[in-house]
Write a protein that binds this ligand. Structure first.
Ligand code: ZN
Length: 130
């Protein structure tokens, strides 16, 4: 199994800033120069990098995803969470960040967000550094 971090979500749809956890794990692994793949092994949760300074941005992203992909829209999938699967495919399952001098390199306003689309649940995020 790859290195992983745990994420506990508290809403059905939610963006959780996992930047500190990713940095902590990169520091623990000890890679000082390279890349880190941050991968979500779930079919109803994704990951993205976006603005973390103004929480209204996450609110707007979630609000628009909910508008684009409503919870009920005559889907076929028996489990009743097709919107969660579709949102996951839109957002994607991994991001890659650069590591320099032991620190993940992000833009001034950027954070790494775990995107829950069928919570609340206990989730995993895999990390692979090279
Ligand atoms: Zn499903």
């Amino acid at each position: 199994m790859p290195q992983s971090i745990s994420v506990k979500t508290s809403s059905r749809v939610e963006m959780v800033d996992i930047t500190p956890s990713v940095q902590k794990e990169v520091s623990r692994i000890g890679v000082t120069d390279g890349i880190c793949v941050v991968y979500v092994p779930h079919t109803t949760a994704g990951i993205t990098i976006n603005e973390g300074a103004d929480p209204a941005v996450c609110h707007d992203v979630i609000s628009m995803l909910n508008k684009l992909v409503p919870e009920n829209a005559g889907y076929r999938h028996m489990e009743g969470n097709s919107d969660s699967h579709i949102k996951t495919s839109i957002i994607g399952s991994s991001v890659t960040v650069i590591i320099e001098k032991g620190h993940i390199v992000l833009g001034t306003w950027q954070k790494i967000f775990f995107c829950e689309f069928d919570g609340p649940r206990s989730r995993k995020v895999y990390l692979k550094t090279m």
